[in-house]
Each structure stands twice: as C-alpha cells, then as structure tokens.
Write a protein that binds this ligand. Structure first.
Ligand SMILES: [Cu+2]
Length: 125
C-alpha cells in the first residue's frame, strides 16, 4: 500500500514536471545560441576562431545569438556588411544580436581579421 502511494506521488510529480516543462517550451519558444570566443584565440592565427564557427538558427526558435569573450584580449563581433557590431569585448563581456531575417551572415573580429565565422538564419514552417 505504501509502495503504491509512493508510486502515485512519483507519477504525479512527473506529470506536473512534464506539463510545466512543455508549457515553458511552448510559451518561451526562443532560446539562445551561445558562441564562444575561446581563450588565447588571438595567439593562434589561422588555427582558432569563434566557436562554433558556423551555426544555423531558425527564426522564432533560437534566433537570439549571444557571443561571450573568454579570452583576455579584446575582440569584436562585426558583420562584414556592418549590420551588427559589438564594439570592443573584453574578458567575459557578451554581445547579443537577434536575427530577424533569413540569410547568411558573415562576421569577423576587427583586430584579428583571420577570425571569420558565419551565422546562417533559416525560416521555419
Ligand atoms: Cu579577435
């Protein structure tokens, strides 16, 4: 009898957690994609980059992109057409950009032009 109650309690907890999670996912559809500027990236020309250096995001799903600088050198996130530009990012600084139109967005780091990367934005549905 006690075991049955425990099982019922566990099942109830699971269902509540499931509904909560599903509800959260439905009402908070947009999630962030994080791109890292790795430590010591500027010491390794032509061998290191933004990570990941190519991401694909979908409008309305995960089109908020956040860069974080984990290097102790200053970097920038600058699109080649100057659509977005982070300014100077110091250690642990972040830059957020929300992509609202589909396309292929190439960007570089201004002080280290070998740091090149791409965000591909696709339409859903
Ligand atoms: Cu850089």
């Amino acid at each position: 009898m006690k075991k049955k109650l425990q099982l019922m309690a566990a099942l109830t907890l699971f269902i509540v957690a499931f509904i909560y999670t599903a509800g959260y996912m439905i009402f908070h559809k947009t999630t962030e994609v994080v791109i890292i500027i790795p430590k010591a990236v500027s010491h390794m020309p032509y061998s290191s980059n933004f990570w990941p250096s190519r991401v694909r995001v979908a409008i309305g799903v995960n089109n908020t992109v956040k860069w974080i600088n984990l290097d102790d050198h200053t970097h920038t996130v600058t699109s080649v057409d100057w659509l977005f530009h982070s300014g100077e990012l110091n250690l642990y600084d972040t830059f957020i950009y929300v992509f609202r139109e589909k396309g292929v967005y190439r960007y570089v780091c201004l002080p280290h032009p070998w740091m090149e990367a791409v965000v591909e934005v696709v339409q859903t549905g």
